[in-house]
Design a protein around this ligand. Structure first.
Ligand SMILES: NC(=O)c1ccc[n+]([C@@H]2O[C@H](COP(=O)([O-])OP(=O)(O)OC[C@H]3O[C@@H](n4cnc5c(N)ncnc54)[C@H](OP(=O)(O)O)[C@@H]3O)[C@@H](O)[C@H]2O)c1
Length: 313
């Protein structure tokens, strides 16, 4: 099969011809329609986890995918060949990823892909969508509550804007100015360009009674701390980057959450339901061919992706 793979950490990847994997007991084999890229995948490729996790070379990266079930390992219930699926591979090691024509996955981290979610959207949704859900859901936002989303134009941010908007909250997205139209289209009520405005002062002036929630997916530490200081009693700070100082926030009666995303069938089904109900839209998705995947990794490493990047094997 054709797969994008690296021969060593830090090397440029290229298209390899590798054996089609066999599903282990309890796994399904997936014929991949699209593989999704997340910032974490670049961390793996640089070897940052090499002393903590098993890595197999040639290393095929990425875990998010959409595709169809192509074969069943023994002991798999509830799936049959031909079923459309999306999710994460659910592996305990790296190297047998989703940037390939075939891969294998655990049924515990995949869900059925309804017709409302095309393959590219299915590959874009798992990690970023579940992360956004895990940030917004605990906030218990109510109509008119103000929530600020740092990194709003990115993978997680774009889903968080939509999920927050669906609660009736007043959504403030923080992003580069060129992403303003994109964020308005996703439902943001205000967009603050962090390259030209003092974000903390802008929010403080516009929302003098304080804000109900802050989602942190990007941004300088000083901005995160400044905005967290504007969250009113009973509010929430959810960080994807370990930026919630839980002890300090507790003193102000604000709940801090440092999210560790766990993609499960249940979480994916919840997101699929939101898409089918029309409350979660497809973000901007840039697609790459397998032999262009290196370019996609360079792009995500820049830290300025709008929407999501997926690779079509
Ligand atoms: N803890 C976990 O379990 C977990 C799980 C998933 C992801 N993460 C982490 O969560 C973070 C976000 O992931 P993602 O997939 O959303 O990344 P992404 O798609 O690369 O999005 C990041 C966004 O941040 C924006 N940005 C960059 N600098 C900014 C600044 N100073 N202020 C405001 N926005 C800024 C970028 O757009 P513009 O600058 O162009 O507006 C970009 O759209 C990553 O660090 C990732 O590793 C953690």
């Amino acid at each position: 099969m054709r797969a994008f793979a690296l021969d060593e950490f830090g090397a440029a990847g290229s298209v390899h011809d590798l054996p089609i994997p066999e599903p282990a007991d309890g796994e399904v084999r997936i014929k991949v329609a699209a593989g999704g890229i997340n910032p974490f995948d670049t961390v793996v490729l640089k070897g940052a986890l090499k002393d903590r996790m098993q890595h197999d070379f040639p290393l095929i990266p990425c875990s998010d995918f959409a595709g169809s079930v192509d074969a069943l390992g023994s002991g798999v219930d509830g799936w049959k060949v031909g079923d459309q699926a999306f999710g994460q591979l659910g592996k305990m090691s790296f190297g047998h990823g989703s940037l390939a024509e075939f891969t294998t996955a655990s049924p515990a981290t995949i869900a059925r892909r309804p017709a409302a979610i095309d393959a590219q959207f299915g590959a874009a949704l798992p990690l970023a969508g579940v992360s956004a859900w895990m940030c917004i859901e605990p906030m218990g936002l109510k109509n008119g509550d103000v929530v600020v989303i740092l990194g709003a134009a990115g993978g997680i941010g774009g889903f968080a804007v939509q999920i927050a908007k669906h609660t009736g909250a007043h959504v403030v997205g923080v992003a580069r100015g060129e992403n303003t139209g994109y964020l308005r289209g996703l439902g943001a009520d205000e967009v603050i360009d962090y390259t030209t405005k003092d974000v903390v002062e802008t929010v403080r002036k516009a929302h003098s009674a304080g804000i109900a929630g802050l989602v942190h997916t990007a941004g300088d530490a000083a901005v995160v701390v400044g905005l967290a200081g504007l969250v009113r009693e009973g509010g929430h700070v959810a960080s994807m980057r370990g930026g919630a100082n839980i002890d300090e926030l507790t003193k102000s009666k604000v709940a801090g959450i440092n999210v560790q995303t766990r993609v499960t069938t249940e979480a994916l089904e919840k997101l699929a339901g939101m898409v089918e109900a029309g409350s979660l839209k497809r973000p901007e998705i840039k697609t790459y061919e397998l032999d262009q995947a290196e370019e996609a990794f360079e792009k995500i490493s820049s830290g300025h992706v709008r929407g999501k990047l997926v690779v079509i094997p």
